[in-house]
Design a protein around this ligand. Structure first.
Ligand code: NAD
Length: 237
């Protein structure tokens, strides 16, 4: 059955791979993106692309209105949009900290809260949050990012308890290092240092994260909620 799926930050990287997987499975997919032009591939897949900055509640509301008008209530939400602003603590400004939290945590709160309206009415919903292995292990120079990603676990597990009886599941995928724009900024030395710690000795491809998300949104995962699924090549074990 074709479901209405929303993937935030679905114009590139991991979000694009997730949107592609749902579209190829026959779902009605919408993505949001913050800036630039979404790739032509999305239009060819019939994916609805809506510009929306998740740090702005009004833009989130407008995006949902547009998506609901075209696809009906969102049944599967993948909260994937996120940013990094890595720097050491003593150089980290309050703005560096607050902006990462406002996007990764509060932005996720905004999109989840709005999606829940329709899910409560439908008495069914699937929410998958994209955290990070860094949220579980910490990362030097990433206190803002790690704090925001760790918080997603408490957020998801609270909602799993609060809304389980309404047939809405909340799960977290915690990727390791994935080949995307976010990790292209790392130096060769940083990349080599990371790979030395990954048992599978390679970066993940975005499609490998998408596979876990598709599973958590599928009927096969109907009895899974509050779970944190690492897709990290063994880095976090
Ligand atoms: P990316 O930088 O390629 O894409 C990030 C996406 O988030 C973009 O589509 C961007 O438009 C969107 N976004 C950022 N700020 C936004 C805002 N204010 N409003 C709306 N959209 C916004 O990154 P990626 O590597 O594809 O990462 C996707 C998610 O996976 C992020 O949450 C990231 O933290 C997480 N993650 C990535 C890795 C990795 O190694 N790449 C590892 C673990 C977790």
């Amino acid at each position: 059955m074709s479901r209405s799926v929303l993937v935030t930050g679905g114009n590139r990287g991991i979000g694009l791979a997730i949107a592609r997987a749902f579209a190829q499975a026959g779902d009605k997919v919408a993505i949001t993106y913050r800036s630039g032009e979404p790739p032509q591939e999305l239009a060819e897949l019939g994916v609805l692309a809506v510009r929306c900055d998740i740090t702005d509640s009004e833009q989130v509301e407008q995006a949902y209105k547009e998506i609901e008008a075209k696809h009906g209530n969102v049944e599967v939400l993948v909260a994937n949009a996120g940013i990094t602003k890595d720097t050491l603590l003593m150089r980290m400004s309050e703005e560096d900290f607050a902006s990462v939290v406002d996007t990764n945590l509060t932005g996720t709160f905004r999109v989840v809260k709005r999606a829940n309206r329709g899910m409560l009415r439908a008495k069914k919903g699937r929410v998958v949050l994209i955290s990070s292995v860094v949220g579980l292990l910490g990362g030097a120079g990433q206190a803002n990012y790690a704090a925001s990603k760790a918080a997603l676990v408490g957020f998801a597990r609270s909602l799993a308890r609060e809304l389980g009886s309404r047939n809405i599941t909340f799960n977290v995928v915690a990727p390791g290092f994935v080949d995307t724009d976010m990790t292209k900024v790392l130096s060769d030395e940083q990349r080599a240092g990371i790979l030395a710690q990954v048992p599978l000795a390679r970066y993940a491809q975005p499609e490998e994260i998408a596979a876990a998300v598709s599973f958590l949104a599928s009927d096969d995962a109907a009895y899974i909620t509050g779970a944190v699924i690492p897709v990290d090549g063994g880095l976090g074990m």
